[in-house]
Design a protein around this ligand. Structure first.
Ligand code: OOG
Ligand code: MG
Length: 263
């Protein structure tokens, strides 16, 4: 359904901020204190409408605020989801344009590619493993449209959960033997360790972010999660701000490392 009223106003304001690399104040803290979760997800869905009209397919979803590190850093404790588009993919080795987006930050994530659809409710982590084609290392590049990432949950949902770009690492694993819970991760910036974590930071195991997503989509009447889609399961550590000149290397135990330069 096309957006109207305040949802349309908010969408247009976000779209303008994205296109002109501007930052905004929280809608909830200013003119739209009553913005609901339902409306925020409707606004987010409009980004998919626009992208698909331009031939930019949704290739997956991202879960956000799934680790304590992220929840504490943002002061928000409920996981949220966003949409990922073909045009946002970066491959290993490609430089990151850190000059154009006003507030780029990077965070290490486990990506899961689905081979089978997942229809909630009641999807379990074990079913996610069964339905997955492979696991891959990823680095999500965030760029919140809100100044200093100062937002409430409906704000960040409407803003497609700060999605900007994401790296898809080339080292994939089809093995079910990797223990995603104990899998260690190190984020280095300019040769120094900036953050460390383990996959278990994501709801005990990153697969639980995928089952949570399938079940949430079902509750919203938006399921199932389609075969072939990929899911970023959420930042394992707090996000690290980057600027042109920075060199980033993220190492995932068993999944190898992913490096890029910021320019
Ligand atoms: C919201 C997006 C959260 C994650 O992985 O936790 C997210 C933000 O922190 O700006 O992508
Ligand atoms: Mg993320």
């Amino acid at each position: 359904m096309p957006l109207s009223g305040t949802n349309r106003e908010i969408f247009d304001t976000l779209q303008d901020a994205i296109q002109n690399n501007r930052t905004l104040s929280s809608f909830v803290d200013t003119d739209y204190p009553d913005l609901s979760f339902g409306d925020a997800y409707e606004i987010q869905a409009e980004f998919e409408e626009i992208a698909s009209a331009e031939g930019d397919d949704r290739i997956g979803y991202k879960m956000g605020l799934t680790s304590r590190a992220k929840q504490e850093s943002m002061g928000l404790s409920d996981p949220v989801y966003g949409r990922l588009f073909e045009s946002q993919v970066l491959s290993e080795g490609e430089p990151l344009d850190a000059a154009t987006p006003p507030q780029p930050r990077v965070e290490p994530e486990v990506g899961i590619k689905l081979e089978e659809p997942l229809a909630g409710p009641g999807v379990t982590g074990a079913e996610v493993l069964e339905a997955s084609a492979y696991v891959f290392p990823s680095v999500e590049v965030l760029n919140s449209r809100y100044e200093n990432y100062d937002f409430n949950l409906p704000d960040v949902i409407a803003d497609n959960t700060s999605a900007h770009r994401f790296y898809v690492g080339s080292r994939i694993s089809e093995s079910h033997d990797i223990d995603l819970t104990t899998m260690g991760v190190i984020v280095e910036k300019n040769g120094r360790v900036a953050e460390t974590g383990a996959g278990g930071a994501i709801l005990g195991n990153p697969v639980n972010a995928v089952s949570g997503l399938a079940n949430l989509l079902a509750r919203q009447g938006r399921g199932p999660l389609e075969a072939g889609q990929l899911v970023l399961t959420g930042g394992i550590t707090d996000a690290v701000p980057v600027e042109p000149g920075d060199q980033v290397k993220v190492t995932f135990q068993d999944l190898g490392s992913l490096s890029f330069v910021c320019q």
